[in-house]
Design a protein around this ligand. Structure first.
Ligand code: ADP
Ligand code: 5GP
Length: 199
């Protein structure tokens, strides 16, 4: 019997590099799938609807909440974000690992509802690096960057309730650490559906 897939939650203060890390591990692991979130945030230059996010109006987002179409949702940096339920359930049933790039509120909610979930927190090596990366990304206004740096302190305060910490210093090394965590989680006896083996 095939094992169920895992829900891999990757959270980090904005600018720590979680989207870059998610892209890296998804590109090199055939069994990984990205969970594409819905948001009311406007698209950044180069972002595509259906690839990066489903960009929705506030009304559409609220009607999705009411119809039970989201596994979790939260207001982050002043916008709504949420995880669509149907693709998540389908991928898990097919034995695929779903990578969720979501905030800490979403992470706690997923952990509460799915026992096959893993919470990984990613941090830049320092606050200085975080600020440098946010500015270097060049896609957010000064005001948005300021708000994200302020929120970073609250997010880091939630680290203690996460299960793993990965420092994104060198990208490839951090990606390898996340892959190692996922492999170890697959080897947990409770995550193996059929423990019978040939004697
Ligand atoms: P997040 O999704 O956490 O907000 P991003 O993945 O968008 O962060 O990364 C923020 C910026 O930092 C991007 O410009 C990205 O290229 C850069 N970055 C990501 N990882 C590293 C790293 N290990 N070293 C240096 N720069 C990085
Ligand atoms: P960004 O606007 O930089 O793409 O994302 C802002 C924050 O929202 C990040 O912390 C990101 O992880 C979080 N986020 C993205 N999608 C979701 C989601 O579906 N649910 C929750 N709770 N947070 C999300």
């Amino acid at each position: 019997m095939k094992n169920k897939g895992l829900l891999i939650v990757i959270s980090a203060p904005s600018g720590a590099g979680k989207s870059t890390l998610c892209d890296t591990i998804i590109a090199r692991n055939r069994n990984f799938r990205r969970s594409i979130s819905c948001t009311t945030r406007p698209p950044r230059p180069g972002e595509k609807n259906g690839r990066d996010y489903y960009f929705l109006s506030k009304q559409k987002f609220q009607s999705l909440i009411r119809s039970g179409g989201l596994v979790e949702w939260a207001v982050v940096h002043g916008n709504y974000y949420g995880t669509p339920k149907a693709p998540l359930k389908k991928n898990i049933a097919l034995g695929r690992d779903v990578i969720l790039n979501i905030d800490v509120q979403g992470g706690f909610s997923v952990k509460k509802h799915f026992n096959n979930s893993v919470l990984i927190f990613v941090m830049a090596p320092s606050f200085k690096d975080l600020e440098k990366r946010l500015k270097g990304r060049g896609q957010d206004s000064e005001e948005v960057i300021r708000r994200r740096l302020l929120n970073a302190k609250n997010e880091i305060a939630c680290l203690k309730k996460y299960e793993y910490l990965v420092i994104n210093d060198k990208l490839n090394r951090a990606a390898l650490e996340i892959e190692a965590i996922i492999l170890a989680e697959h080897r947990r006896v409770r995550n193996i559906s059929n423990t019978s083996f040939k004697k």
